[in-house]
Design a protein around this ligand. Structure first.
Ligand SMILES: C[S@@+](CC[C@H](N)C(=O)[O-])C[C@H]1O[C@@H](n2cnc3c(N)ncnc32)[C@H](O)[C@@H]1O
Length: 465
């Protein structure tokens, strides 16, 4: 049963607190990582102000070959986290061999792949259809000799000159916007051969390879995560690059195949239960999950539907791109006019923002309301004794601090969780895009003047007692 009651807002309900010394003592306990009690909004704000970086969670020594190990680097994905962080949370919090792990926002499947590699059962949702395809392929090892044979056959078929290009008609205008005639036809021929493959697992593997090359074959500005055209760009040749990509993925599959326990490989359907769907309503049994490890979307930072539009149009994954966008949490296409979040910290942020922009204030409100529903859902599906770990950073929009992590810490409590631990970690520059446009809050890789760096993120951990 979720506990919606707000903790007492004053500090005097906590032990003997009435002096600054006692508050400091509490904060010190918090810095020493593990607490497990109810915090008022004021205490949460103070706690975060005094939190120090926990260097053990920076993973500064990790090279790209570590963060992109196994199948983790099949496909680029914005704001993905690193497997080392996930694995460390597994090490600290999973004590049973046959654990069940969940990620409500699995993205490109970092948590899911790592869970499968350990022999855990993995479940989760993502509203992004391309995320589902990528995650499914990354976490399904294919028998290597069989895959090698299949890839060799595919490459041979691609050499045929007479192939009829398969180009999805529904989004032809968008396709023409991003691709030259020659490249469009070459991609269409590849797609034709991919769809001739009868084995769905292998076909999906090809589709991920196909999706992963689209950006470099298009005139999408290569360094940008935003849909920006670069009319001077020289796009890559689809045949050359798909071949390279398939051979790279073939090697990665072999490594992953040897890592995944045999009993998982042979029963992958039983171990892998991921769905395209809404994190607020997961098809997962109540009281069944041992650990949730996830990183949530951010308010108006990434429009995932836009970012993956090249894959969405080529793989014909959405009938109506506009409607599709509204299903994403954190999108700027959403507002709940008469509803407020339960979090007091969230309401303070919304009130401040209302003075600058009503629209942005509504978007922030919608984001926190959605996230509160996700926390309720996390509480429902976790076993007693289970934990949810939300990785989140703070942002600045229109000059106002959007204290996502503080709001998450407060909100988790209203869903019934005890705030168990908060870890403040550095994000090494080489791993994640560090900059956001100050005006829009969107992540940016560009050297625009108006950007702010946020080198920190938090892991906010709730315990279901
Ligand atoms: C920060 S990303 C997660 C990245 C992931 N941790 C990884 O390593 O790839 C957030 C994800 O939330 C997804 N998302 C947005 N709204 C959603 C919703 N309503 N339900 C489920 N997933 C959603 C986005 O599609 C995106 O993949």
């Amino acid at each position: 049963m979720n506990n919606f009651s707000k903790p007492n807002m004053s500090l005097d309900n906590i032990d003997t607190i009435d002096t600054n010394t006692t508050i400091t003592k509490h904060i010190e306990r918090a810095i020493n990582k593990v607490f497990n009690r109810t915090f008022s909004p004021e205490e949460i704000i103070n706690l975060f102000k005094t939190l120090e970086f926990d260097r053990e969670w920076s993973f500064t020594n990790c090279k790209q070959s570590d963060t992109g190990k196994w199948t983790h680097n099949y496909h680029s994905y914005p704001a993905k986290f690193i497997p080392q962080l996930v694995e460390r949370l597994f090490d600290e919090y999973i004590i049973v061999k046959n654990a069940k792990v969940n990620d409500p926002f699995f993205g490109c499947g970092t948590t899911i792949v790592s869970a499968i590699s350990r022999g855990f059962r993995a479940s989760g949702t993502d509203i992004n259809k391309i995320a589902y395809l990528i995650s499914k392929v990354k976490s399904t090892p294919i028998e290597p000799t069989y895959l090698n044979k299949k890839i060799a056959q595919l490459l041979k078929k691609l050499e045929k000159e007479t192939l009829e290009p398969l180009i999805p008609n529904r989004h032809i205008e968008r396709i023409n916007y991003w691709f030259s005639e020659e490249i469009k036809n070459e991609l269409g021929k590849i797609l034709r051969v991919v769809f001739e493959e009868d084995d769905e697992t292998v076909r999906n593997f090809y589709l991920v390879a196909f999706s992963s090359i689209l950006k470099s074959c298009s005139i999408w500005l290569q360094r940008s995560t935003k849909p920006t055209r670069d009319l001077k760009k020289k796009p890559s040749k689809p045949y050359d690059i798909i071949k390279k990509q398939l051979l790279k993925m073939q090697k990665r599959n072999l490594i992953f195949y040897n890592i995944v326990p045999k009993y998982v490989r042979e029963n992958i359907k039983e171990y892998l239960n991921i769905k395209i769907g809404d994190a607020k309503n997961q098809p997962v049994q109540k009281d069944s999950i041992d650990l949730i490890v996830t990183s949530s979307p951010y308010v108006t930072s990434y429009e995932y539907a836009d970012l993956h539009q090249l894959s969405t149009i080529w793989l014909d994954l959405a009938y109506d791109l506009k409607e599709y966008k509204k299903e994403f949490i954190g999108t700027s296409y959403k507002s709940y006019k008469d509803k407020k979040p339960r979090s007091q910290i969230a309401n303070n942020i919304i009130n401040k923002m209302s003075e600058k922009s009503k629209k942005v204030a509504e978007e922030i409100g919608a984001f926190f309301i959605d996230m509160e529903e996700v926390f309720d859902e996390s509480f429902r599906i976790l076993k007693s004794g289970g934990r949810c770990c939300y990785v989140i950073g703070n942002t600045k929009l229109r000059g106002i601090d959007i204290l996502n992590a503080e709001v998450f810490a407060e909100s988790l409590q209203y869903s019934g969780f005890k705030l168990d631990r908060v870890i403040k970690r550095e994000i090494p520059l080489k791993i994640l895009p560090q900059k956001r446009d100050q005006k829009t809050g969107r992540f940016s890789n560009q050297k625009d003047a108006n950007v702010e760096a946020y080198p920190a993120e938090y892991i906010v951990i709730g315990l279901k007692e």
